[in-house]
Design a protein around this ligand. Structure first.
Ligand SMILES: Cc1cc2nc3c(=O)[nH]c(=O)nc-3n(C[C@H](O)[C@H](O)[C@H](O)COP(=O)(O)OP(=O)(O)OC[C@H]3O[C@@H](n4cnc5c(N)ncnc54)[C@H](O)[C@@H]3O)c2cc1C
Length: 486
């Protein structure tokens, strides 16, 4: 009989994966399928990280980050999780923009954007084609130093309306601004432009449940409510510090246990991994300095609205980018009082197997941690109520009577994200571009320690995180050589 929840763990694994975001889940799955013994640790009671959902009374199920991902998820899910998972990916056909510069509906792919840019925005067809060809050819290895603003000026000079069309949805999603590297924007935007915007039919809960089932079938030891509190190092024969194990704390009873391993794949935030899970002097000084300079991405807030049973939510687009800002500004987008909101409309077809047909609206806003971190309880409650009220006011213009259709409202803030994922400053898309190199260099700085998770914008979002988890796990697997597998 185990004395506490940690007693049932093995004393040693080939790899310990810290965190069950899409990168952690996908990395753990690959390692287990390679025959490695794998322990997956998640501090929360639910797997998935930001690929999260929550249930509320009255049959409501809310998805936290299922607003849309690129078509590349079909290939990645098929390769890493199987054809049945990939088969549930469905396209969103009605993406809308409503702002003082334009109001339009699009399928958000290259063909439709070419139509819009040439016919509606009157951009020369040759320029538009050259822009898309240029984006498609962009590679992380180019070391292209242009900014997003520079790229836009090169192809569409003095056209702030076109710049808004091209940047706004990406900015809403991951906080990219005109000063960020063009390369990160180009790769993410191109991914969407290839075929449009997609979601997982059945909801995040169905996706993560299937992933958990596949992980357990592959032999992964999956442990929720188990927090990694320290990555343990030892000095190797070469004098270098390398990974020796992980100190694990049970969130049920507070018990702690050191578990040995040959390597760690950390899906915790990059900064959390380097500055919370390692000791102060552990990362070599030059590497630590580069890591300290990495900027976090901004955070976000959401208003979740559950539609009353039996009420049919009018169709008003699937994903609607709204803003009253004139001109479009990255600063306005993350302001505490921003007018820029993305509404995701979930109709019953999102969860066709639900016991009863239900609809929901999730309104998202970019936000900065600093605006929320130090609010006292009263101010925090007031700001949350304000966000809900403003979301209703915005929606009322499109759907009169919306208040009467809703019977559950809940607001999440950067503090919510921080609480559930532990990410520093509630960063919703990891780090800015420079975080990618720091993440990639980690095994060189500390042999046996790998990082996978939202970094650099390119490796964030559902597709980026999933792909990065597999890439990092494959490197970890290679580093273990052929002797270690069971
Ligand atoms: C509101 C919102 C909306 C979004 N919408 C979209 C969208 O529509 N499309 C899209 O593609 N992307 C979206 N994203 C981004 C996307 O969800 C994330 O980029 C992606 O899911 C992150 O995956 P990840 O693997 O990097 O890790 P995360 O999901 O961040 O997970 C990290 C995991 O590690 C765990 N963890 C951390 N520290 C420890 C520890 N010490 N011990 C144990 N466990 C630990 C955390 O609890 C968490 O489960 C959205 C994000 C937010 C916040």
């Amino acid at each position: 009989m185990p004395r506490n929840t940690l007693d049932k763990l093995c004393g040693r694994y080939d790899a310990i994966v810290i965190g069950s975001g899409l990168a952690g889940l996908s990395g753990a799955h690959l390692l287990s399928r390679q025959g490695r013994s794998v322990l997956l640790l998640e501090h929360h009671h639910q797997l998935g990280g930001l690929a999260a959902w929550f249930k509320r009374p009255g049959g409501h199920v809310f998805d936290v980050s299922l607003h849309g991902f690129p078509h590349g998820m079909v290939k990645s899910c098929r390769k890493y999780w199987g054809a049945d998972v990939a088969a549930k990916i469905r396209q969103l056909h009605d993406i809308r923009f409503e702002n003082p510069d334009f109001s339009l509906s699009t399928t958000y792919d290259r063909a439709d954007f070419t139509r819009l840019l040439t016919e509606r925005f009157r951009a020369p067809a040759g320029r538009v084609a050259a822009f898309f060809d240029h984006l498609r050819a962009m590679s992380y290895h180019d070391r292209d130093t242009r900014t997003v603003g520079g790229l836009f000026e090169e192809f569409f000079p003095s056209r702030p309306d076109i710049h808004r069309l091209l940047l706004e949805p990406i900015a809403y999603a991951n906080g990219t601004n005109l000063d960020d590297p063009a390369i990160a924007y180009g790769i993410v935007f191109s991914n969407f432009m290839s075929r449009g915007v997609f979601i997982f039919q059945g909801g995040t809960d169905a996706l993560v449940a299937r992933m958990a089932e596949l992980l357990r079938a592959a032999g992964t030891d999956v442990q929720t409510r188990c927090k990694a509190v320290k990555i343990l190092l030892e000095t190797g024969p070469d004098g270098l510090q390398r990974v020796a194990g992980v100190r694990v704390r049970s969130m049920r009873d507070g018990a702690e246990r050191d578990i040995a391993c040959a390597a760690v794949l950390s899906n915790a935030g990059l900064k959390n991994t380097l500055f919370d899970l390692l000791g102060a002097g552990d990362p070599p000084p030059a590497y630590a300095a580069a890591a300290r300079a990495v900027r976090l991405n901004n955070s976000s807030a959401q208003v979740y609205m559950g539609i009353r049973a039996g009420v049919e939510l009018p169709r008003h687009g699937d994903l609607v980018f709204t803003s009253a800002a004139q001109p479009f500004s990255s600063q306005e987008l993350t302001d505490l009082h921003t007018t820029s909101r993305t509404h995701s409309f979930y109709h019953p077809e999102t969860r066709p197997d639900a016991p009863a047909p239900r609809s929901a609206i999730v309104t998202s806003l970019n936000q900065n941690w600093a605006d929320w971190a130090s609010l006292d309880a009263g101010s925090y409650a007031r700001e949350k109520a304000r966000l809900a009220e403003e979301a209703f006011q915005g929606l009322e213009r499109k759907i009169p009577g919306i208040r009467g259709m809703v019977d559950w409202v809940e607001v999440a803030t950067p503090r919510t994200i921080q609480r559930y994922t532990l990410h520093e400053c509630g960063a919703s898309f990891g780090t800015k571009f420079e975080g990618l190199q720091v993440s990639l260099d980690l095994p060189k700085a500390i042999p046996g320690l790998h990082h996978a998770g939202s970094v650099g914008i390119i490796m964030s979002g559902w597709l980026g995180a999933m792909n990065y988890g597999v890439i990092a796990a494959a490197k970890l697997d290679e580093s273990l050589g052929s002797a270690a597998p069971r």
